[in-house]
Ligand binder design. Structure first.
Ligand code: AMP
Ligand code: ZN
Ligand code: MN
Length: 598
């Protein structure tokens, strides 16, 4: 028994009353300095029997209990934070620290730590990728499915002089969006899917796309694009005289029509029948649909701008506009039309003839950059706000900013085409080109037109091409998981008409394979509640992981190939062994699989 006069006890009391106080001062400063002082002082804390001895004294016990309480509630808060782990995935700190085994708390801490570091890692990785892409392309990149519907984009607009003309600006999308950082939604999860809202039917089967509006070749083996029957020389402006470019009126003084009703579409078609040139552009969504969805069609004539709500008028677009787009006597001006051409075929059965692609013209003219943004700036002195490029185009009603941006994408195109045509005519023929520069542009544009939409075909070894798999150093078990999850993801994406990136991004798929979680809670911890279809099928996914691990022998050869970096050479024979992990048949997706507890 210790007496109050016991000198050893007195020394201990004074020592550890200081210890208690100094602990409290340690945790009261800024986080970084607190952390470093705490970690270096941790070694001086009494442990084991020594701790129990000092714990007999109020001067030690009281501040220590206070600190324990504070840190306990802090840890509890971190573990249950839905911000960190999602609303259903709290990882509560084991209660009652006094009575739990140290290693339980330790495991909890390392888990949490790993989770936070992982999230940080993912974010830094993504940030770097976006940065690299931006630097490569000079465009503000955006589709980040891991984001909660918002992405941070950096406005970096500099205004340059206009080539021979006065300067105007895109005031409608200026202001907040062009100065500094702005939050631009690229995904709004609460939007009702237009596929349901407007009854848009899509065919996501693995069968090849049928071009029902095209004739087949004589041998019946391929579809024939209408352009094939014509030569570029049939429609290239034969008149080589330089004509005066026609400058468009400002956006503000140009009549504008948002086409949302069939009667307006009919009126638009009638107007287009009477013009011989039109500028066209599309806006598209590829995140909430398997093959992609055309959300808007912008059309400008010399005097008017139109925006067609293609989601609302889906089945009417083809019947009203098909002939106009096919008409050889009407010049269609588009910028970088490669993807638009395919979207028009896929969604509306529209096949375009007589294209002048300003992107191709920019290449032939050897301009310093080939983006529309650059052409707008260079020829029209307009600073386009490309932050809109990849925003949530499914949103209705369209905001003023969206309308303004969408109009700007076609409003100046006919004028830009005039200017480019003049320069092409004045440009000496390049020795490496057989044709004059203008004809070269028409030929290139015609090649763009004649591409035919095809569905992406999956091969038995497609899973080996998941981005990031090379270099992941996976063993056969992990590779078996990649293959099985890849098939599950493809199946769900087709049925639900979602992108595979929305169902389960590659990075997360690979992380699951890496960690091989064999319980729903371990899997959930990895997902942060971000992937509703994985959550829906959580039991099935866990079973798939377990099953893949048991049947991994078939993946030994493939794993070796990947490790040796020889994926492109993986032969049919070797990947055939992976067929055990083929796509899950639909009947495996029963409601019992969808229970949250498995
Ligand atoms: P644009 O030809 O610039 O009007 O773009 C047409 C569509 O392509 C947009 O609606 C987007 O869906 C997509 N898109 C364009 N630029 C990007 C980008 N940098 N990242 C992702 N998608 C893009
Ligand atoms: Zn476009
Ligand atoms: Mn556009």
């Amino acid at each position: 028994m210790k007496s109050d006069n016991d000198p050893i006890a007195m020394e201990a009391r004074s020592d550890h009353s200081n210890n208690g106080q100094s602990l409290q001062t340690l945790v009261s400063g800024p986080l970084s300095s607190s952390l470093s002082s705490l970690s270096s002082s941790a070694r001086t804390l009494p442990s084991n029997q020594e701790f129990h001895f000092f714990n007999n004294f109020d001067n030690f016990r009281l501040p220590f209990n206070q600190i324990t309480k504070t840190s306990d509630s802090l840890l509890q808060f971190i573990g249950s934070s839905s911000k960190n782990w999602g609303p259903n995935n709290s990882i509560n700190f084991p209660n009652n620290i006094g009575s739990i085994a140290d290693d339980e708390a330790y495991r909890w801490l390392t888990d949490i730590n790993d989770g936070i570091l992982e999230q940080f890692d993912v974010s830094v990785d993504e940030f770097q990728k976006i940065r690299e892409k931006e630097e490569e392309t000079g465009r503000v990149a955006g589709s980040d499915p891991d984001n909660n519907g918002f992405q941070l984009v950096q406005g970096k607009k500099k205004k340059k002089g206009m080539e021979g003309g006065s300067s105007s600006s895109s005031s409608g999308v200026k202001g907040k969006m062009t100065t500094g950082k702005a939050k631009v939604p690229f995904h709004i999860p609460t939007i009702r899917k237009p596929q349901e809202e407007y009854n848009i039917r899509v065919n996501n089967s693995k069968q090849p796309f049928q071009h029902v509006w095209l004739q087949k070749s004589e041998d019946g083996l391929r579809f024939v694009h209408p352009m094939e029957k014509h030569s570029v020389m049939d429609f290239v402006d034969k008149d080589t005289v330089v004509v005066e470019p026609i400058k468009p009126s400002s956006i503000e003084s140009t009549p504008f029509k948002l086409v949302e009703e069939v009667k307006d579409l009919k009126e638009l078609a009638a107007k287009l029948r009477s013009v011989d040139e039109l500028a066209v552009d599309l806006e598209h969504n590829h995140y909430r649909s398997f093959q992609g969805l055309t959300c808007l069609m912008q059309i400008s004539t010399r005097t008017e701008d139109f925006i067609v709500d293609t989601l609302k008028l889906w089945i009417h677009i083809g019947p009203y506009l098909r002939e106009i787009f096919k008409d050889l006597s009407k010049k269609k001006v588009m910028h970088g039309a490669d993807r638009d051409i395919l979207w028009l075929q896929r969604d509306f059965g529209i096949y375009l003839c007589n294209l002048f692609d300003t992107g191709q013209a920019s290449r032939v003219l050897k301009l310093e950059r080939n983006s529309l943004e650059h052409l707008l700036q260079h020829y029209c002195g307009v600073t386009a706000n490309k932050e809109y490029q990849n925003i949530e185009w499914r949103l209705r009603p369209l905001t003023d900013g969206m309308l303004r941006y969408a109009r700007e994408d076609t409003h100046y195109l006919l004028y830009i085409c005039d200017l480019m045509r003049t320069r092409l005519l004045l440009m000496p023929k390049e020795p490496e080109h057989f044709d004059s520069p203008l004809v070269e542009v028409y030929k290139r544009s015609s090649d763009v037109c004649m591409q035919l939409y095809e569905k992406e075909q999956l091969m038995p070894n497609s899973y080996l091409h998941v981005y990031g798999l090379q270099g992941a150093g996976f063993n056969a078990e992990q590779l078996a998981i990649v293959a099985a999850l890849f098939d599950w993801r493809d199946f769900v994406a087709r049925v639900e008409d979602e992108s595979t990136g929305y169902i389960l991004p590659n990075k997360v798929l690979l992380e699951i394979a890496k960690q091989m979680p064999v319980t729903a809670s371990k899997l959930r911890r990895l997902l942060n509640s971000k992937y509703p279809y994985v959550e829906r099928d959580i039991c099935l996914v866990v079973d798939t992981i377990k099953h893949s691990m048991q049947n991994a022998a078939a993946f030994e050869a493939a794993a070796q190939q990947v490790r040796m970096g020889r994926v492109q050479n993986v032969s049919e024979e070797q990947v055939a062994v992976n067929e055990g992990a083929e796509a899950l048949p639909p009947e495996t997706l029963t409601d019992s699989n969808r229970n949250h507890r498995c």
